[in-house]
Design a protein around this ligand. Structure first.
Ligand code: DX5
Ligand code: ZN
Length: 221
């Protein structure tokens, strides 16, 4: 199944709940929640209190992307705050296997993310341990960047690695995805599509409905 995960980083925080409702009217399944600590990435976004509030504002899956150093320190608290999926960066999480286990023990889904210049080979040892793999298609830290074409091959290679082992984990892409390039990442094998500017820029409900419709067409292809 192909899933739309609007990144709230691109929303207007003065009317965040309202904007999420507009996206939901278009049919998205997830919301993507970008946590940045100013250490792992050169930006600071939002954290636990905001997630707890959003938990009360939506029934949708809260897909939490931890762009923080040593994310294992905060996994329990993000789950307590309402996260349904927790994705940690392979580059930032030393006890990666234990962290994935900890997320699963709490009954949540676990993802591993890699930055554009980290090869998918780094994911090889974990293919059977995670529910989702996040291929960053921009350098993490900011919304509104341009899709990095070099990442298309990474998506295709990772989907091939998973297929070879008979694993049907999700492949998430994140950063610079638009109406123009979304088919490229779908055809390469991505099935959880994060979009910030392409959903929250312009008519939110219309954008959400456009991608939701496109994804169901792809699912029925
Ligand atoms: C970037 C974040 C992305 C970003 C996506 O570090 O992980 O989720 O918010 O925003 P767009 O779709 O505008 O590139
Ligand atoms: Zn993200």
């Amino acid at each position: 199944m192909i899933i739309l995960s609007p990144s709230i980083l691109a929303a207007d925080f003065t009317i965040l709940g309202e904007q999420m409702k507009k996206a939901e009217a278009g049919g998205n399944e997830y919301f993507h929640f970008d946590v940045m600590d100013g250490m792992f990435v050169p930006n600071i976004s939002f954290g636990l209190p905001v997630l707890s509030s959003l938990r009360k504002a939506t029934e949708k899956v809260l897909d939490v992307h931890l762009m923080i150093e040593a994310p294992e320190r905060y996994v329990d608290r993000f789950i307590d705050a309402g996260a349904d999926i927790i994705t940690v960066h392979q580059e930032a999480c030393v006890p990666l296997v234990e962290t994935l286990e900890k997320i699963h023990k709490r009954g949540k889904r676990a993802g591993i993310a890699v930055k554009p210049h980290t090869g998918v080979g780094a994911l090889e040892p974990y293919l059977h341990l995670a529910d989702m793999f996040l291929i960053m298609t921009v350098e993490p830290g900011f919304g509104g960047q341009k899709y990095m074409e070099m990442c298309t091959d990474k998506i295709r290679t990772l989907r091939g690695m998973l297929n070879e082992k008979g694993l049907d984990a999700d492949i998430q892409v994140d950063g610079g995805i638009t109406r123009e390039n979304v088919r490229t990442v779908l055809d390469a094998g991505a099935n959880v599509i994060v979009m910030g500017s392409s959903v929250f820029g312009g008519d939110i409900t219309d954008n959400s409905a456009y991608f939701t419709r496109l994804f169901s067409e792809y699912d029925n292809k």
